[in-house]
Design a protein around this ligand. Structure first.
Ligand code: C2E
Ligand code: CA
Ligand code: CA
Length: 942
């Protein structure tokens, strides 16, 4: 057995400080070679600081060294142990008093080992400045320190001798009960009694077998689980005679050298023996303790000396408690003494009924334990204050510690979670309590080993608990194998994150909707202009790879405006929806349609060069869109014109302006036509564009003025009225006829503006010229359909009032081709009530039904000029003309014949019933000034 092992197994176990010094041959002062753990704990010195240094380093200055004294008494022949009062210097410099027992023995090399066991007297220390001792040079110390290792080794071997010198049998056992070490007294005892073989010894030595072999239950657990036992015995053969005497004295000195109190009472509780330690622990005057004293007296004495503060005031009761069989029958008892000193009493009984009591000073242990408990309590309090669940499982997955929050999170009954419970058990409890939402419905699987294993291996895990509560589990294995689990309540975080996610989803949807809206038409859900140009870009990119052409079909409804104006916007919307449905039905995959606003649609196609697909699609659309639709229960015809342009070029704007031009061309040709763009259209278009700009400018500058064509009474030949016809007095091009600007102005939707200019100017001029006359000439105005709206009517009324003569409006027969709604008829009535006569212009060219005519109930019909020209072309012409005039007469309407160019025509028409005539035969349209001179000559000349 080596020194280290001995230290650990024996010397470091005892709670009493032990120091061993060595005095080499011919040296003057002993040097320290070893101090045990208790020494360090009590006096503060650590072995590394001391070993190899002279013993006076742990003594107050200028004191005699008790080690040296003990060594000297050995050489003087005074054998055995010595107990003496010494003073010792604590590492912090303070001085402590102590009782010290010395055991000295030879090292076999003329040197000595001095083994000192200490018992500090008081807790309080005298503080005394430490004066470094000059004795012994640093070099010497250093040299000796180098030797210490060796000396310690030697001492290790000699420790056996030290222990052998110990008079009591002494043995060390490992945790299997096998003896590790036996001292001489122990071995002698065994052989003397011939009792115990090695084998038997293994099973323990505590049964007396009728012999007085008492094992004091002085057993402490070393950290490696070895057991150190000291066995004291009182061998019978040695009880009598000198040997017994000698043995007894050695035993006494041995027991006295033992620093913890040891006492033996007989069966009647009378004191048989006590060592110095016991006497000192019970009395300030140890000599008062005498053999034969009753335990009761001893206790009272101890109370008197203030040893048992608990007992003061209830001495009798307290002593009786101690003397009660319960107390005396217990093998261990912990007592607290004054000054927070703790002793543990170990009781045993010998065969003859003696009580042997050993008291161990357990102050350090108790304090340590208390500190540990306090620390643990504090830790647990801290953990409980922590609001999130926290738990530690040990390396075997058993519960070590957890806080309240964890208990609550795992169980409905917090008592369930006991320390030591296996983790899977805790999981089972939690599942039963419904605490693990993720496990609900799959409990079996959750509890399976495989699952539990994977659960543990997850370092981060998110749990959803009932009630939309969320926890995050953080698991970590710490160095000692413990599993630390921390749960964080992430409910707020999760909810926030979800809110953010929802918000961004909403945002995304909104974004998508906005983008969609930005690219699509609200009404028809077709793409819009921007959408089309995006698609065009895509087509252009594709064409770079695949070649071919891009074709655009510009689709425009022929009669949409009319429907909108006459049937209202809701009907217009219905028509647009129907149209978009039809267009959609006709376009194929990869072909794109967009609505450009109003009644304008564009289809974009990517086709191989010379493909006929665009033309085919255009024809299909023209046909499909010519079919009537039922809107508001009425059959409604719109029809469409289409312009087609195709290009291998990349410029979308150009393509679309080309298809637009082609559309314009189609419209110019009449309704329901397809116009295909060719480059000559560009020139026309440019011209048209220039004219359009010019018209708009001219309206602003009021360059339009009325020319007047007289209306003549068929019977008298008198001029009875005037038709105002628009002329454009162009600053560069002179007087322009309606045919040169009116169609374009209609396209530009400004025909109404021109009407208005003409109307107001004519009223003003004529009021000036004829207002004063007795019978002012009537004035007829050509009115485009959209001028008959509520906004205009009030203004019209005002002007009509300002003219003294009659005013009538000529509306083209085509306006009445379709049945007009009630609103329109009401507006006509309103005009009439303002004094405006309603005439149907160009009657007979269209196919207005008699029914429609009756509903409108006009004041007068003007027979279309082209019919009038038939009048002198024989019977054929007359056959056509006559019934038309007769319709008017039958409906009791006045009839005008216009375009009368010859006197013959005038005569026939008058005969046929026309009461008014108009035409070049009488006069051409002329400016106001010319009219005035015409009128003066005409009325005189007629
Ligand atoms: P309209 O209402 O039928 O007007 C009569 C047209 O016939 C006039 O042509 C007139 O110059 C022409 N005319 C008159 N007598 C004869 C004749 O004996 N022989 C021939 N060959 N022609 C004759 P204008 O002034 O060029 O007007 C053409 C059309 O333009 C008008 O046809 C009318 O529909 C429209 N218009 C003219 N001024 C206005 C206007 O201020 N507003 C609107 N909305 N339309 C107008
Ligand atoms: Ca007219
Ligand atoms: Ca006419």
């Amino acid at each position: 057995m080596n020194f280290e092992a001995l230290k650990q197994r024996f010397l470091d176990l005892t709670s009493d400080p032990i120091a061993v010094a060595h005095l080499a041959d011919k040296e003057e002062s002993p040097r320290l070679i070893y101090v045990n753990r208790a020494f360090t704990r009590v006096f503060g010195h650590v072995p590394e600081d001391l070993s190899g240094l002279p013993t006076h380093r742990v003594l107050p200055p200028r004191t005699n060294c008790p080690f040296a004294t003990a060594a000297k008494s050995q050489s003087d022949g005074t054998n055995g142990t010595k107990s003496t009062q010494v003073r010792i210097r604590h590492a912090d410099g303070s001085i402590m008093g102590a009782t010290c027992s010395f055991l000295v023995m030879e090292d076999g090399n003329k040197g000595l080992y001095i083994c000192a066991t200490w018992r500090p007297d008081t807790i309080a220390r005298e503080s005394e400045g430490f004066v470094p001792d000059a004795r012994g040079s640093a070099q010497q110390d250093h040299a000796y320190r180098k030797q210490v290792g060796n000396i310690s080794e030697t001492y290790g071997m000699h420790l056996a001798a030290v222990l052998d010198a110990f008079p009591d049998p002494l043995a060390l056992h490992d945790d299997h009960g096998r003896p590790v070490f036996k001292n001489r007294a122990y071995t002698a005892l065994l052989s003397q009694k011939g009792l115990v073989t090695e084998a038997e010894d293994k099973n323990g030595y505590s049964t007396g077998n009728g012999h007085h072999h008492d094992t004091l239950p002085l057993q402490k657990q070393a950290h490696d689980a070895d057991t150190a036992g000291i066995r004291l015995n009182t061998p019978e053969p040695l009880r009598n005679g000198e040997a017994a005497e000698r043995f007894s004295s050695r035993l006494v000195s041995a027991l006295n050298s033992y620093p913890d109190p040891i006492v033996i009472y007989d069966a009647d509780l009378n004191l048989v023996f006590c060592n110095d330690g016991y006497a000192a622990s019970m009395s300030d005057h140890p000599e008062e303790l005498v053999e034969g004293m009753h335990l009761k007296e001893v206790l009272h004495m101890a109370i008197r000396y203030g040893r048992y503060p608990d007992a003061v005031g209830r001495e009798e009761e307290w002593v009786n408690e101690i003397l009660s069989p319960t107390t005396l029958g217990s093998t261990t008892q912990d007592v607290e003494l004054d000054g927070d000193i703790h002793h543990r009493l170990l009781r045993s009984w010998t065969a003859n009924g003696d009580h042997v009591v050993i008291r161990l000073n357990s102050t350090e242990l108790v304090r340590q334990k208390r500190a540990a408990e306090a620390a643990q309590a504090r830790l647990i309090a801290a953990l409980n204050a922590y609001p999130a669940p926290f738990v530690i499982y040990d390396s075997d997955d058993c519960l070590v510690v957890c806080n309240e929050a964890y208990r609550e999170s795992m169980s409905n009954n917090p008592e369930d979670l006991k320390v030591g419970l296996h983790r899977t058990e805790v999981a089972r409890i939690a599942i039963r309590a419904g605490k693990i939402a993720n496990a609900i419905g799959r409990e079996e699987e959750w509890m399976s080993d495989a699952h539990q294993q994977t659960e543990v291996e997850k370092t981060v895990q998110d749990l959803e608990l009932p009630g939309d509560v969320h926890h995050r589990l953080l698991r970590s294995r710490v160095e000692n194998g413990d599993l630390v689990i921390l749960r964080i309540d992430t409910t707020e975080l999760v909810r926030q994150r979800r809110a953010v996610e929802e918000y961004s989803k909403m945002l995304e949807t909104a974004n998508r909707k906005i983008t969609y809206k930005a690219l699509h038409d609200d009404l028809t859900d077709l793409g819009n202009r921007r959408y089309l140009s995006q698609k065009f870009e895509e087509f252009v990119a594709k064409r770079k790879v695949a070649g071919g052409e891009i074709a655009a079909l510009h689709i425009d409804l022929d009669r949409f405006k009319h429907i909108n104006d006459t049937m209202g916007h809701a009907a217009g919307d219905e028509v647009l929806l129907e149209v978009s449905r039809r267009i959609r039905n006709n376009v194929g995959e990869g072909e794109v349609v967009a609505r450009f606003g109003g009644d304008e649609f564009v289809a974009l196609l990517q086709v191989p060069a010379d493909s006929q697909r665009p033309e085919e699609l255009a024809k299909a659309l023209l046909e499909d869109l010519s079919r009537p639709a039922i809107v508001k229960g009425k059959e409604c015809r719109f029809g469409a014109s289409i312009g087609l342009a195709r290009t291998p070029l990349a410029d979308t704007d150009k393509l679309l302006s080309h298809s637009d031009l082609a559309l314009y061309k189609a419209k110019a040709r009449g309704r329901g036509q397809l116009g295909v763009f060719d480059h000559s259209d560009l020139e026309n278009a440019q011209r048209t564009k220039a004219v359009a700009d010019d018209i708009l400018r001219a309206i602003e500058q009021a360059e339009f003025e009325p020319f007047y064509q007289p209306l003549v009474d068929a019977r008298t030949g008198h001029v009875v009225g005037l038709e105002a016809l628009a002329r454009w007095r162009h600053p560069e091009r002179g007087i322009l006829q309606p045919a040169e600007f009116l169609p374009l102005a209609t396209d530009l939707n400004v025909a109404g503006d021109i009407d208005k200019l003409i109307f107001e100017k004519a009223i003003r001029e004529c009021q000036q010229s004829f207002g004063e006359q007795e019978n002012p000439l009537s004035i007829s105005f050509n009115v485009s359909e959209n001028r008959i709206n509520d906004n205009e009517i009030a203004a019209i009324g005002h002007h009509v009032d300002s003219y003294a003569g009659k005013v009538s409006f000529e509306l083209l027969e085509t306006i009445f081709l379709e049945e007009q709604d009630n609103d329109f008829l009401q507006r006509l009535d309103k005009l009439r009530s303002l004094g405006v006569a309603i005439e149907v212009d160009d009657f007979g060219s269209g196919r207005a039904s008699v029914v429609a005519l009756q509903r409108i109930n006009p004041d007068r019909l003007k027979i279309d000029r082209r019919l009038v020209s038939l009048v002198d072309q024989g019977k054929e012409g007359l056959r056509l003309l006559k019934p038309i005039i007769e319709i008017g007469l039958a409906l009791e309407l006045d009839v005008t014949a216009e375009g009368v160019e010859t006197p013959e025509q005038a005569e026939i028409l008058a005969d046929l019933g026309c009461d008014r005539l108009q035409g070049f035969h009488f006069a051409k349209p002329m400016a106001h000034q010319d009219l005035l001179s015409f009128l003066s000559s005409w009325n005189h000349g007629w």
